[in-house]
Design a protein. Structure first.
Length: 294
């Protein structure tokens, strides 16, 4: 569990850096740039995590390609990533279609998109999906997974990375107007970032859903031995979800609205059920696919 402890310490240190250094950075930057306080804090937290990640990965001997999840030959990796992306789009489209069939989504806002705007939305969301998948798969199903698996086994690596994966999705954006910034605003920003956890029962459905998603991605990582398939699946799922978010809103008046979480209007009990089914399918699919690979 030493590797897991190191990564938890890294996350805690990144949050602490955001709380401690955002106000001094704001004092230096605000007279010259109109950066929001929370944006400065987010960048400080990300920079602290990046620097710490590089140091932790080197210390735990996880900085090599295989540990980071890139151990497959380039051609194989790109092929499996593309296959995963296609599967991700198809499967998440099925999830979204079930939401439409159950009357859970309101697409009235889609009318404002012409063909050009729709194409731009789809392209931007694809870029976002790929970026999110690259960062999260490399950090979680790459180095963190590899470190935990070496010390504690596959089952523990799947479980712990899945919980951390879910937890990171509840780090919220908290705005502090420039006129209200004070020396204690860094602490306020930290609390605001974690405020979703003030009412844990209110996010239980989304948390369980995201934990299940993380478990499926970690299972695919365990079966394939790299992050290619998981990165493709992850990018495809995020891509479809972001496009749906751009074109629709959850219909809170629907009698089945409880199936979508209040957290993001997408994950929730319905996605949890789908994820269990998809986990069985994808586990079998990649086990057979891996057996056929040379």
């Amino acid at each position: 569990m030493r590797a897991f402890a190191w990564f938890l310490l890294l996350i805690a240190a990144s949050l602490a850096a955001m709380a401690a250094f955002t106000y001094p950075a704001w004092l230096l930057l605000h007279p010259h740039f109109d950066f929001p306080f929370n944006r400065i804090g987010e960048r400080i937290g990300m920079l602290a995590f990046l620097v710490g990640f590089l140091l932790v990965a080197r210390r735990l001997r996880l900085a090599d390609r295989a540990s980071l999840g890139f151990g497959a030959p380039r051609a194989v990796y790109l092929r499996e990533l593309a296959t995963g992306l296609a599967l991700g789009v198809v499967t998440m489209s099925a999830v979204a279609a079930s939401m439409v069939a159950l009357g859970l989504l309101d697409f009235h806002q889609a009318a404002r998109y012409d063909a050009g705007a729709l194409a731009a939305l789809v392209a931007k969301r694809l870029a976002s999906g790929l970026a999110v998948a690259l960062i999260e798969e490399t950090a979680l199903r790459g180095a963190m997974y590899a470190g935990i698996e070496r010390q504690s086994g596959t089952a523990v690596a799947i479980a712990l990375t899945s919980v951390v994966f879910a937890w990171t999705h509840f780090l919220g954006v908290f705005h502090i107007p420039a006129a209200q910034v004070s020396a204690w605003s860094g602490v306020a920003l930290l609390h605001g970032t974690l405020q979703s956890f003030d009412q844990p029962l209110g996010i239980a459905d989304a948390f369980l859903s995201l934990t299940a998603v993380g478990a499926v991605l970690a299972l695919v990582r365990a079966i394939t031995g790299n992050t290619a398939a998981g990165m493709g699946l992850h990018a495809g799922w995020v891509w479809v979800m972001l496009v749906v978010h751009g074109l629709s809103q959850p219909d809170r008046a629907s009698p089945l609205a409880f199936l979508l979480s209040r957290h993001d209007g997408f994950t929730g009990w319905l996605v949890l059920g789908w994820t269990v089914v998809l986990g069985i399918f994808l586990g079998r699919f990649y086990a057979r696919r891996q057996a056929r690979l040379p």
